[in-house]
Design a protein around this ligand. Sequence first.
Ligand SMILES: [Zn+2]
Length: 269
Amino acid sequence: MANVSYEEYQKQQAARQAANGGNQKPVHFMNEWLAKDGDFVVVRFPYTSPADIQFESVHNVVGVFPGDKFGKSVRCTGTDDCPLCNSKDEAVQKRKLKFYAKFVVYNPTSTGAELCATVWERPSGFADIDLKNLMVEYGDLSNYLFKIVRTGKGTDTRYNIIPVNMASPVYSQPVYTTKDFTCLEGIDATKILSKSIEQYNQALNPTDNTTQHSTVEDFKVPESKEVDDALGLPPQQTQNVVTSQPTTHTEVQQPTQTVNTSGPTRYKF
Ligand SMILES: [Zn+2]
């Protein structure tokens, strides 16, 4: 497969959007927010308990999808006839558990912040260790703001999750304290960030009309790894470190918080 230039990538996205009636919901990728060392975003996770955390078993395939220089995750069928479980290539045969996170990013504006739906493919440890440790400390994560900070670059990149002091002048503003997950509705992070076996088969045999229905998933949003590749960025690294800050714990529990009484939608993966 030929690599896709960024210009070509944008053309493809425009075509997909047009094909989808222009109703595409804006979805952002973490590499847009955390492009370099020191970048950070303030986020709100929709996860209320460990029951909201679900993993996906995927195979990593390289050289099948356009712009997948670093590989693309293809979801295991979970059945004995999964073609990738039966691959002769040991690297492809190997399954990995991934967590497909979605959350709200607060993009600062002159009047406050714009709430942006964001998806992120993470190794399972992000949820199994980092998010669950935060749940032990804070319980329902949807009541809090966290800062995700990127440090380092290339293979030395790591992401720290730090609780935000919600009593501070900036983060005690209603735009931050009001719990609003509207922008996440209908967004399936797993389907956005990984491919189905049908899409894999079609990528192998693009002229095979029998599998074309699977491209419906393609119309939703761009693929993050295509963006990575088009921008010449290194693959995101897998290390996550939770920075424990017990002193901020009491601060974030102050009753300055405004909680949307309609309650959060529970997002399952
Ligand atoms: Zn499999």
